[in-house]
Design a protein around this ligand. Structure first.
Ligand code: NAD
Length: 497
């Protein structure tokens, strides 16, 4: 929790100088076309500044800079222990500029300032630090060869990496890519979402200050269909890493196939089940977690617990606890440190969320909490955390990712039925199970087709745990040493002695 008040943050917001230009070869630069777009705050509808609208000409410039930097070896051939030092310094600078970065994030995409500071900034810095600290502790392999041969199995940097990221955790998703990509010696071009470019633009300069050589880290703000597409189709980008929707993830695989077969690693959408059995150890704790799982970050979370599966025998007891817990999640001005639900990212996203609420009504689900736009007088875009009871898994609100604070409550009678419903989705990002029976916990966890499974909690894990999806939630993993695999090629060097 910060000691700054809402008035302090508002004062700082007024004093902010917003940098909206691209960052190529160690300096800020306008888009080659000179084009810009308005950066609008969802907090109150204010125009924060102008952001460079990059396109293929800028992609050319950035890829050339990244390639030249990679070939120079200034970073790619630096001893891992030296890269480590620079990465740790980069993490420290992110932390030192934490208040400024948190403010930019909140103004840009609407999340509560307390979360931006305590979660986004800290976790982003930690991701960079953790990857940096690890890089001089990972070893390659020596194969089991005959006596007169030596087989080396080594991992080497892949080259030029383009990272395309979303707007829900703009800084954090960027750093989940930057940490392992930079630590392993690659050059990176980061393409933030057009809805939230400000923190990515700001940290580019911090990277330079930390000692990352020019051209190794570039940032191209702009739209997906312009600069994003140009990077994805580029013949000299070796690896494309992405976090965002499943729809765009699929498109990126096509772009790779149409161009140079660049490696494509995708972290996409989710529709995660949160299963509460009658023998959950603490129903109140489960209810509080269920409320947080849909209201945190305005429900704009890939792992949002958007399908709450509740065993029939406790439904009447449990649902009121969830409704009560959700009352603690109230939309408010995100610059107020006491606020725990901020603004949605923009009007378009708000309309999407409201249209799903309409679909819930139309399909016959029963609204038991929220359901409306709120705080309209602020000029910002806010939606009440919402619960629908009586949802069947076939309904639109249970099948599609809403990416907003809308919870579907689905009843089940047996563990088999719970698992069947939980897995009946094209997604497979995360799932949670609440039970005090250890065998049931393990058997259910094994049966769930999801990249992360949490038992008696929601959203566990830290940098040591790989994060990513089964099925149409993606491939590859962010975080942990497993993430390094995405940014390296495996080489076998066989020597006759
Ligand atoms: P999105 O797919 O619309 O956009 C993501 C990024 O892709 C943006 O930078 C966008 O500009 C770019 N893009 C769009 N069209 C493109 C194109 N044709 N070519 C290249 N780039 C293009 O997603 P979003 O709305 O920004 O983010 C929300 C989505 O992100 C949700 O589905 C959410 O589940 C997912 N997400 C997943 C994870 C995870 O780790 N699995 C984490 C956070 C968010």
């Amino acid at each position: 929790m910060t000691s700054l008040t809402r008035a302090d943050w508002e004062q700082r917001a007024n004093d902010l100088k917003i940098e909206g230009r691209a960052y190529i070869q160690g300096e800020y630069t306008a888009a080659a076309s000179g084009a810009t777009f308005d950066c609008i705050s969802p907090v109150d509808g204010r125009v924060l500044g102008q952001v460079a609208s990059c396109d293929s000409a800028d992609a050319e410039r950035a890829v050339a800079a990244a390639r030249a930097a990679f070939e120079s070896g200034a970073w790619s051939r630096l001893a891992p222990a030296k890269r480590k030092k620079v990465m740790i310094r980069f993490a420290e600078l992110i932390q030192q500029h934490g208040e400024e970065l948190a403010l930019l994030e909140t103004l840009d995409m609407g999340k509560p300032i307390s979360d931006a500071l305590a979660i986004d900034v800290n976790s982003a810095a930690n991701s960079i630090r953790w990857s940096g600290e690890a890089i001089d502790k990972v070893y390659d392999e020596v194969a089991a060869t005959p006596h007169n041969e030596l087989g080396l199995v080594t991992r080497e940097a892949i080259g030029v990496v383009a990272a395309i990221v979303p707007w829900n955790f703009p800084l954090l998703m960027s750093c989940w890519k930057l940490g392992p990509a930079l630590a392993t010696g690659n050059s990176v071009i980061l393409k933030p979402s057009e809805k939230s470019p400000l923190t990515a633009i700001r940290i580019a300069q911090l990277a330079t200050e930390a000692g990352i050589p020019n051209g190794v880290f570039n940032v191209l703000p702009g739209y997906g269909h312009t600069v994003g597409k140009a990077l994805a189709l580029h013949m000299d980008v070796d690896c494309l890493v992405f976090t965002g929707s499943t729809k765009i993830a699929k498109q990126l695989m096509i772009y790779a196939g149409e161009s140079n077969m660049k490696r494509v690693w995708l972290e996409a959408g989710g529709k995660s089940p949160n299963i509460v059995f009658a023998d959950a150890p603490d129903l109140k704790a489960a209810a509080e977690a269920a409320a947080g799982a849909i209201a945190f970050n305005q429900g704009e979370v890939c792992t949002a617990g958007s399908r709450l599966l509740v065993e029939k025998s406790i439904k009447d007891q449990f649902l009121p606890l969830v409704i009560e817990a959700l009352k603690g999640w109230k939309p408010g001005n995100p610059l107020d440190p006491a606020t725990n639900v901020g603004a949605l990212v923009d009007t378009q996203q708000m309309n999407t969320v409201l249209s799903y609420i309409e679909a819930g009504h139309a399909d016959g689900a029963k609204l038991v909490a929220g359901g409306k736009r709120t705080l309209e007088e602020t000029g910002g875009v806010y939606v009440e955390p919402t619960i629908f009871d009586g949802v069947s898994n076939a309904m639109k609100i249970a099948r599609e990712e809403i990416f907003g604070p809308v919870l579907s409550v689905i009843e089940f009678e047996t563990a088999e039925e719970a698992v069947r419903i939980a897995n009946d989705t094209p997604y497979g990002l995360a799932a949670a199970v609440w039970t005090s029976n250890i065998s049931k916990a393990h058997l259910t966890a094994k049966a769930l087709r999801a990249g992360s499974v949490w038992v008696n909690q929601y959203d566990g894990g830290d940098m040591t745990a790989p994060f990513g999806g089964f099925k149409q939630s993606g491939n590859g993993r962010d975080k942990s040493l497993h993430a390094f695999d995405k940014y390296t090629e495996l080489k076998a060097t066989w020597i006759k002695l």
